[in-house]
Ligand binder design. Structure first.
Ligand code: MN
Length: 714
């Protein structure tokens, strides 16, 4: 059988989840692509459409829908052949045309489009913009996934292309595609992309690691075979049916990063021998675990039950490590087929399955992005206010519908994202079937159930502080706007005056009128009454108003303490995509100091050393071993300020106060009793805070301690 036929057969075998009529379409697509690419070959010498088939096979592995698989087969026809859009639309469907068109468009996003920039932090920003641009143009998450499958086959065949191009493509993949795969939860694709690029970016390290980890030596392979055989026999004995055992392949690049991060050698990274057991039922997972533990002695502290308690991203599996044959340490993962699919393909797996569920096109960020037309790269940062790339979470309704929210979102945001009425009538929430408070921060994979009541009086003002999305906030505000205006004026003035008093500032009516005039000019309100209303209905916070009237330096007066060099925490350094890795500052040649531009260099055997970007020593070094690095800024001064706390004289009061301060990570300088009567005690504390926000939040926390009557700045 020739290779073309073999590839087609492989694809057909993998599309059992697709209906018969659509399989006919898939076969038509193969013929169509074969015809369109008939005169083209890949660098490897193979017919070009083999690449189309390989892309489709990856998509079939992920159990993508028929439209995605067909678009995968056709993905290069628009750009590289004389096929025109109408042909695809007529022969297949408008949906498929849209996908192919999307893939063609995002293919034009290249690393080389980056403007020349010497500053590394600038480069990071530009990269981020490129990734966002990618998402913006993709519109449909399926386009991203098809493009990833395409890129995967391209990096798998890098050996056939010229050397200078190899590095460029590998770099581009690491900078743009790997983060996208990570973002979409396609971990299997991510690790394959990484390992294939790793080979070209750090060839020597790759080879060294490869020889150790992949265990190409006969002994290692034999060992896994022996272990697999033994487990297999024991599982059969215990009447477990239809299981699979894989000698697990490792993500080499992640091991590499681990060795760098922990500054360890490969053999010190512990879990190299590993197998995975995939069972057909949940019950079998635990039976298999029992079998393993009675067969070999478990290593204490290494057993983890992620089935009963899944990881925040929904990952489920049993993990254990045992002393297996010959006393060798062996890591074992046990999970069902469905858990396995989720582990490999992440959140995407959940909805990709569902053929008829068109809600997948309604991911909020895709919608948000599709509104943006004629994207100008330099303006992109401003256009997209929320970070769409890494700061999103996926959570589920009890019916399994996926909601896409920014990180830090609470049940309130979730409720409003379902429906405004649900939000307005919200009285409580359950996450993963447990009651939670409304300020609970949702995590990836959470199942959120909103409890409502028809008799609920509506949202509370504090929800504005708890909610994260602008959508929820605006709905809550518009609810308050309907309430009576006179009431609003009074409430707003009181909120503002209370906050002013807590900072030892005069009441609003006692503030000199020029200051008030400047304030009103700087805001879109006609007079101070309108500002009161705005405060009350949540349009503007009283803190913001106070900041506008009094600059921080005026509130704290001159009490700025420069931290001395000795006590200040050294500014830390982040690498690549904000990774924390252990590093040493070079002392021999350039001695980098904050905030000079820097670069990381991966030394052989001594982790990362950090040099100045302009350091001559790095210029001649192997560019493949250089790492993007930048300083994480830390403010180098704090305000010195004192608070007066009026409270009951009860046991543990001082302890409670100091605990609140410690928890807020605030430096407590002094605490003393100012005045004591039979009814109450006045305590003075002196603290260092970094800004007004930190001060107001600590005042609020102290006021909430039972027995505290008031807390204010003096
Ligand atoms: Mn391609």
């Amino acid at each position: 059988m020739d290779q073309s036929q073999e590839l087609t057969n492989t694809l057909v075998k993998k599309i059992k989840h697709i209906s018969k009529s659509e399989i006919v379409q898939i076969k038509q697509a193969i013929d169509f692509a074969k015809g369109a690419h008939r005169n083209q070959t890949r660098m490897s010498g193979e017919p070009y459409y083999h690449h189309s088939l390989q892309t489709a096979i990856t998509l079939a592995d992920m159990k993508m829908d028929a439209a995605s698989i067909i678009a995968g087969i056709l993905h290069d026809t628009l750009e590289d052949t004389d096929v025109v859009s109408d042909e695809i639309q007529n022969k297949f469907s408008p949906e498929i045309l849209q996908l192919v068109d999307g893939v063609t468009k995002v293919s034009q996003i290249r690393l080389k489009n980056l403007p020349e920039s010497t500053e590394e932090t600038n480069k990071q920003k530009q990269l981020e913009s490129l990734r966002k641009l990618f998402l913006a143009m993709a519109k449909d998450l399926r386009v991203v996934i098809i493009k990833l499958a395409d890129r995967l086959h391209n990096v798998q065949t890098l050996q056939y292309i010229p050397t200078d191009k190899q590095t460029r493509i590998a770099e581009e993949t690491m900078e743009i595609y790997v983060p996208l795969a990570n973002r979409a939860g396609l971990w299997h694709i991510k690790s394959q992309l990484e390992d294939n690029c790793f080979k070209y970016l750090f060839p020597q390290d790759y080879l060294r690691l490869y020889s150790v980890v992949r265990g190409q030596t006969r002994q290692e392979k034999k060992y896994i075979e022996r272990v697999t055989k033994k487990i297999s026999a024991e599982l059969k004995e215990s009447k477990i049916k239809n299981f699979k055992i894989d000698g697990r392949t490792k993500n080499l690049y992640s091991i590499y990063i681990k060795t760098l991060r922990q500054n360890k050698s490969v053999d010190q990274i512990y879990d190299i021998y590993a197998v995975r057991i995939i069972t057909s039922t949940l019950k079998d997972c635990y039976t298999a675990l029992g079998v393993i533990h009675s067969l070999w002695k478990p290593i204490p502290g290494r057993f983890k039950d992620f089935i009963a308690v899944p990881k925040p991203n929904g990952y489920q599996s049993l993990h254990t490590s045992v002393f297996a044959l010959d006393g060798q340490k062996l890591e074992i993962q046990i999970r069902t087929e469905a858990m396995h699919h989720h582990a490999e393909y992440g959140v995407a797996a959940h909805w990709l399955y569902k053929e008829k569920d068109k809600s997948r096109n309604e991911f909020n960020w895709v919608k948000e992005l599709s509104r943006i037309k004629d994207i100008d790269l330099s303006r992109l940062e401003d256009e997209i206010k929320i970070d769409l790339f890494e700061d999103r979470i996926f959570v589920y309704t009890p019916k399994g519908e996926v909601k896409d929210l920014p990180i830090g979102s609470t049940p309130i945001d979730f409720a409003y994202s379902v429906h405004t009425d649900i939000g307005h009538h919200l009285i409580g929430a359950k996450v993963n079937q447990k009651i939670v408070t409304l300020d609970y921060k949702l995590a990836n994979g959470d199942i959120v159930e909103i409890l409502t009541s028809k008799t609920s009086p509506g949202p509370k003002r504090q929800w504005l502080d708890i909610s994260q999305t602008n959508f929820a906030k605006s709905k809550i505000r518009s609810f308050f706007k309907k309430i009576n205006q006179t009431e609003h004026k009074k409430t707003g003035e009181k909120i503002l005056n209370d906050d002013l008093a807590s900072l030892n500032l005069p009441k609003i009516k006692d503030i000199p009128s020029p200051k008030i005039k400047t304030l009103i000019k700087s805001l879109p309100y006609k007079n101070i009454e309108d500002i009161f209303v705005a405060i009350s209905n949540g349009d503007v916070s009283s803190k913001k108003i106070i900041k506008k009237i009094f600059p921080e330096s005026e509130i704290f007066r001159q009490k700025i303490v420069k931290r001395t060099k000795k006590t200040s925490a050294p500014a830390s350094i982040l690498f690549g995509h904000n990774q924390r890795l252990s590093y040493k500052l070079s002392t021999q040649c350039c001695q980098p100091r904050y905030p000079e531009p820097i670069i990381g260099y991966i030394t052989r055997g001594q982790g990362i050393s950090v040099h100045l970007l302009k350091c001559k020593n790095t210029i001649h070094k192997d560019p493949n071993r250089l790492l993007i690095a930048h300083w994480k800024e830390t403010k180098d001064y704090q305000y010195y300020t004192s608070l007066e706390i009026k409270c009951q004289d009860r046991v543990g009061m001082l302890h409670d106060i100091s605990e609140v301060i410690m928890r807020a990570n605030i430096n407590l300088i002094e605490i003393s009793v100012m005045q004591k009567t039979s009814k109450y005690v006045k305590i003075k504390i002196t603290i260092n805070v970094k800004d007004l926000d930190q001060l107001t939040s600590v005042i609020k926390s102290i006021s909430n301690i039972p027995g505290v009557e008031s807390a204010k700045k003096i």
